[in-house]
Design a protein around this ligand. Structure first.
Ligand SMILES: [Zn+2]
Length: 245
């Protein structure tokens, strides 16, 4: 009887140690075609972009794309009231002297998304450079000097990477697509994101798609799981992990 009890205890301990070592099943949560495309990227291209932090600390970063738009001011007010840091990847032509002021807060990091929402994988060298330079010029007019860049649709190319390097821009993708753009809402939105949460994750959201109610519940859920929400720069300092490696 005693032997059996020890066997059960040792088996349980073994299982616990295994689950501690095995990375969580949903380490990456891309939409499927995008995930497959990322796996096919050559390491030299992939390593030019940041995906998620190489850390075991329970920290994550929130990112929002496509602003400034109508709902941006409410979103930023919401985050500010809760003291939640975020990185906002902006479409340059949408910035004007009224909405530029919204980002003027130490909680917020302004990143560049693009001038036009183009697919950089299909853009020529000339077009790539023109898009970036035009966007940077526009942003500088409002005192913005972005360091992080997120390509629309997460589409990357060698040409893009070279253009970013010469402009001191650091490409940032994501590890956890919340699918807000795909109409995911309510409990489904919250549960799917929280299930996929892992140390160092970069969450992808959109100013115009995510509802503040869902966002509030998601933030509460993130804290309840013992995670901290930190600025993107804190994750970038840890170095990146890469999908499919
Ligand atoms: Zn976008």
């Amino acid at each position: 009887m005693r032997m059996i009890r020890w066997f059960v205890i040792l088996s349980l301990l073994y299982m616990v140690s295994l689950s501690a070592k095995t990375p969580s099943k949903v380490e990456w949560n891309f939409y499927p075609s995008y995930g497959r495309a990322l796996c096919r990227l050559t390491p030299s291209l992939k390593h030019g972009f940041f995906f998620k932090a190489a850390t075991s600390r329970k920290v994550v970063a929130l990112t929002f794309d496509d602003g400034p738009l109508k709902r941006t001011s409410a979103l930023l007010r919401f985050l500010k009231q809760r003291g939640v840091p975020a990185t906002l990847f902006l479409l340059a032509p949408q910035i004007n002297r009224h909405n530029a002021r919204l980002y003027d807060d130490p909680l917020f990091t302004v990143g560049l998304h693009s001038y036009h929402h183009i697919n950089y994988r299909r853009a020529s060298r000339k077009k790539t450079r023109r898009e970036l330079d035009r966007a940077l010029k526009h942003m500088r007019r409002y005192g913005m000097e972005p360091y992080y860049f997120r390509p629309p649709y997460g589409m990357v190319s060698r040409t893009l990477l070279n253009a970013l390097n010469t402009r001191n821009l650091h490409g940032v993708l994501w590890s956890l697509d919340t699918q807000d753009w795909n109409g995911r809402r309510g409990a489904r939105f919250r549960r799917s994101v929280l299930r996929s949460l892992s140390p160092g994750a970069v969450l992808l959201m959109h100013d115009q798609s995510v509802s503040l109610r869902d966002l509030g519940r998601l933030i509460a859920g993130i804290y309840a799981k013992g995670y901290q929400i930190v600025p993107l720069s804190e994750l970038v300092r840890s170095g990146s992990r890469y999908p499919c490696e």
